[in-house]
Ligand binder design. Structure first.
Ligand SMILES: [Zn+2]
Length: 130
């Protein structure tokens, strides 16, 4: 079940974080929860599937992180990455806006598509980026 898969990723990541030196935690990045104002170690937030451990707020996830959470390790193969945005109807300023958003977000497309396995089951996956 997908929940078990998510828990498995969570456990694996938690073990990795516990094995880090204490100094790594002190140097590491921190994030403040907008909801409860708690300061959270970023890795702890990722370990908790991007849900605030204090108040339960769901943080935004990048498509890449979401795919990492649900796809079996090393099985995701992106498809259509070479398909670029066009403007066949010539909307005024559209391509300029697309370029501006690419620059701002540092991502090429809003949706990442591919094939992968989830618990050994082959699937086609489309994940919308933030
Ligand atoms: Zn919170």
């Amino acid at each position: 079940m997908i929940i078990d898969k998510l828990k498995k990723v969570n456990e694996k990541e938690t073990v990795r974080v516990r094995n880090e030196k204490a100094s790594d935690r002190m140097i590491g990045k921190w994030v403040k929860c907008d909801e409860c104002k708690e300061i959270i170690y970023k890795e702890d937030l990722h370990d908790n599937l991007s849900v605030c451990p204090n108040c339960g707020k769901h943080f935004r996830l990048s498509a890449r992180r979401r795919i990492k959470q649900i796809a079996d390790e090393e099985t995701f193969e992106e498809i259509g990455a070479d398909i670029l945005t066009k403007d066949p109807l010539n909307f005024e300023g559209y391509l300029k806006k697309v370029e501006s958003l690419k620059e701002k977000t540092k991502i090429e497309e809003a949706v990442k598509c591919g094939t992968c396995e989830i618990e050994g089951q082959k699937v086609v996956l489309g994940v919308m980026d933030r």
